[in-house]
Design a protein around this ligand. Structure first.
Ligand SMILES: [Zn+2]
Length: 398
């Protein structure tokens, strides 16, 4: 019905904001300060002073802004949350400049259009509506950095919220869900394993410890664990992949064909169902290294060692109990289905910090991360209408 307007999106009030956000190349490896400072300056000009929490390097920041309730209170209330970083476009064949919004066939194309600058831009464009509302409770905006590389930024912001006693009562993470509430997702646990062997000439292999061969044994053990979860569960049929998974993603080792490799390094991840304790799986992997492989390696040479380091952990979002925020989003979207996402988000972090969280945002995850990422204009319209209902639901009853 609204298709007459679809090609231009001229009816979408958020479009200037979304276009501005998309023009910043906030690929996770880059600084996001240009985007954050633009939003900060805009909020300031509207009389809102946001709090920035910086990465140790100073090159990246989270932004948290509070629109207080009509009585001036700034604790409690609802957070609208999104990450500012995007995945790389390296090696992808795009039909248009990925860092310039391009409107074609009722869709907005650009890196981050779907994941998740469409949501952030829509929320920012509603600042006047938020400020014109007599809010019963505060409304907060939370923009994070480095979500795509393992939810690195959001924990700093959450620590700051706790230190300042903000204690929001609910959070909506606007990751792409087709504007349907998603109540749970798996956890992501990303680790690096370094296997230290002992170098020797390859003609004298018994004098060395082959780091690649022991790393291969570790990798096979991780695969065996994954197979066990697949074969024996536990299962949750609400997930596309209904069991806990694990896999090795990257491996490197060795310096020459005729040298026993002294070092092999690999990264692996465990994606756990909310009901499965990921730390326990990590401990199983570490004990196999410690108790089974290391004694054999040390028998070959006392220098051998295996070390693990945690790269990133994003806890699962469980739906054990539905918070008031989930009920609100269900009521506003008229959607009561139980949906669980196969991807990780910052929602699990908010929930782990005691802030009930639900995921609901424009676009679909299949449209993100690849070449010609897009969000349908219809989804942006639905997002605006949804957020307007959220704001209205927070107004003081007359
Ligand atoms: Zn995302």
């Amino acid at each position: 019905m609204t298709d007459a307007l679809a090609p231009t999106g001229a009816d979408i009030a958020a479009m200037p904001w979304i276009e501005r956000l998309l023009a910043f190349d906030t690929t996770s490896r880059n600084s996001n300060l240009g985007l954050i400072e633009t939003v900060r300056d805009h909020l300031r000009s509207a009389g809102v002073e946001p709090v920035l929490t910086h990465h140790a390097s100073g090159a990246k920041a989270n932004l948290f802004a509070t629109l207080p309730a009509h009585d001036g209170s700034s604790t409690g209330g609802i957070v609208l949350s999104g990450h500012t970083d995007v995945v790389p476009v390296d090696g992808q064949a795009w039909s248009s400049d990925p860092f310039r919004a391009s409107l074609r066939d009722g869709k907005l194309y650009a890196r981050g259009a779907c994941d998740m600058k469409g949501f952030i831009g829509t929320a920012l464009s509603l600042l006047p509506a938020m400020q014109a509302t007599r809010l019963a409770k505060p409304l907060h905006l939370a923009l994070s950095f480095d979500e795509e590389v393992g939810c690195v930024g959001a924990p700093l912001m959450i620590i700051d919220l706790q230190a300042r006693g903000v204690l929001p009562e609910g959070c909506i993470v606007g990751e792409p869900t087709g504007m349907r509430p998603v109540v749970a997702h798996k956890g992501i646990n990303l680790y690096r394993c370094r296997v230290h062997g002992h170098a020797a000439h390859s003609a004298l292999t018994p004098q060395g410890v082959n780091a690649i061969e022991y790393a291969a044994r570790m990798i096979c053990f991780i695969r065996d664990l994954a197979d066990k979860h697949r074969a024996e569960g536990p299962y949750d049929p609400h997930f596309e992949v209904p069991f806990t998974t694990a896999q090795t993603g990257m491996v490197s080792g060795g310096i020459a064909n005729n040298v026993v490799p002294a070092l092999c390094e690999f990264s692996f991840q465990v994606r756990n169902l909310p009901t499965v304790n990921a730390d326990q799986i990590i401990r199983q992997i570490q004990s196999h290294a410690q108790d089974v492989l290391l004694p054999r390696m040390r028998a070959e040479h006392p220098d051998a060692g295996i070390e693990f380091s945690r790269i990133a952990v994003a806890p699962a979002l469980d739906d054990a109990q539905e918070g008031a925020i989930t009920q609100l989003v269900r009521a506003l979207t008229q959607d009561h289905d139980k949906r669980k996402a196969s991807y990780g988000t910052e929602a699990g972090l908010f929930k782990a910090a005691g802030i009930p969280t639900v995921i609901c945002g424009p676009g679909h995850i299949e449209q993100a991360h690849k070449a010609d990422e897009f969000v349908a204009l219809e989804q942006l319209r639905e997002c605006e209408s949804f957020l307007r209902r959220v704001i209205r639901s927070m107004a003081v009853a007359d």
